[in-house]
Design a protein around this ligand. Structure first.
Ligand code: SAH
Length: 346
């Protein structure tokens, strides 16, 4: 009943969301409907995004994150422009048509430098989409990156509840500013990705419902969710990991609420469970983001403990993805995978 209603109306009351989120009894039904809706719009296609983790320096101190400023145990690195560029070349040869440049908030990469890197990639690979995931910046900075050729931006809102936000971040960071950034990005014309960690410390079901309401307001083209996983050198080292079933349930709910959204089966999900990404695809996800970072730095971009795919070469990650998707009846494709007609305003 609830699942059918959600599929038809793409919305439920808070009480109905509560019922759906709290228990396992609808999980099978949710998954089947989410997969059916995903197939209506995307068939059995899985889109690839090549992730280039280009710096693990960060000026922020988020309590959950392994590359937070206060973590003095990690060895910090920055890729050079040339190194970033060779990751793209390697990725292009492997069939990637989207490059995601992700990093900590690292002031070494000034706006000019980011623009230089973006326009170089844009000129060399005009048939590729460039996605940035480099945190909170000013409207002017976002605009400059966009004009240089970046078309997509991933910035998880982390939690829509300001009180919960305050428990995950130090006082100098704000929920309001993060949300403003997302609306700025949309206004400029980016395809935007928001999202949360499932099971982050202190998260309640009410918080998750507020996240769903926020996503309805934002109408992002992409939604990144994965389980929270503890990192040993953060204040949250003793917290427990997010729940697999809840993560999958939420993926299905998101697919039913936002039928055309691009929804990754994340590395965190694959870290939580050996078949996590496959389970994610079956629950409604349609994107995988294999790692394109140089093998030499992969272990240094540890957002959480035991992160997978840190020992492999890019080509191995690429073929592993293909094999995993094919193993459960999905097909990895190499087109850019835009969701242009998804956004209400465009
Ligand atoms: N500096 C960029 C990129 C952050 S890393 C930014 O601010 O957007 C990308 C995402 O990894 C974060 O948004 C967060 O949701 C997730 N992440 C960080 N630490 C994590 C952890 N311990 N467990 C699971 N996900 C985590």
């Amino acid at each position: 009943m609830l699942v059918q209603k959600l599929r038809q109306q793409r919305d439920l009351t808070d009480q109905e969301f509560r019922e759906l989120l709290c228990c396992e009894n609808n999980d099978e039904d949710l998954k089947q409907n989410a997969d059916a809706v995903r197939r209506e719009h995307y068939g059995n296609k899985v889109y690839l995004r090549g992730l280039i983790e280009f710096t693990n320096y960060c000026k922020n101190n988020c309590y959950y994150c392994g590359i937070r400023r206060a973590n003095q145990k990690i060895s910090r690195y920055r890729l050079t422009q040339e190194e970033i560029f060779s990751c793209c070349e390697e990725g292009y040869a492997l069939g990637f048509r989207t490059f995601v440049l992700q990093g900590g908030e690292d002031p070494y990469f000034t706006d000019d430098y980011i623009c230089q890197i973006v326009s170089k990639i844009h000129n060399q690979f005009p048939d590729c989409a460039i996605t940035l995931s480099i945190g909170e910046k000013s409207y002017e900075s976002y605009l400059a990156y966009f004009q240089a050729g970046a078309e997509r931006y991933l910035l998880r809102h982390e939690t829509a509840d300001p009180v919960h936000y305050g428990k995950l971040h130090p006082a100098e960071m704000s929920c309001t500013n993060r949300q403003k950034c997302l609306f700025d990005l949309k206004k400029i014309g980016y395809q935007v990705g928001a999202g949360i960690m499932v099971g982050s410390p202190f998260q309640t079901l009410e918080n998750i419902i507020a996240d769903l309401r926020f996503l309805q307001k934002l109408q992002p083209q992409m939604i990144g969710i994965g389980p929270f996983l503890p990192h040993q050198d953060t204040p949250f080292r003793d917290e427990s990991a997010g729940d697999l079933k809840l993560t999958l349930r939420l993926l299905s709910i998101l697919r039913l609420m936002f039928p055309k959204v691009l929804l990754p089966a994340t590395t965190a999900l694959g870290t939580l469970h050996p078949m996590g990404r496959e389970l994610g695809l079956k629950a409604g996800a349609n994107v995988i983001m294999p790692n394109l970072s140089p093998t030499s730095v992969r272990k240094k971009y540890m957002l959480y403990d035991n992160k997978i795919c840190t020992g492999e070469e890019s080509a191995q990650c690429r073929s592993c993805t293909e094999r995993r998707a094919a193993g459960i009846g999905y097909e990895v494709v190499t087109d850019r995978g835009d969701a242009k007609d998804f956004c209400k305003n465009s």
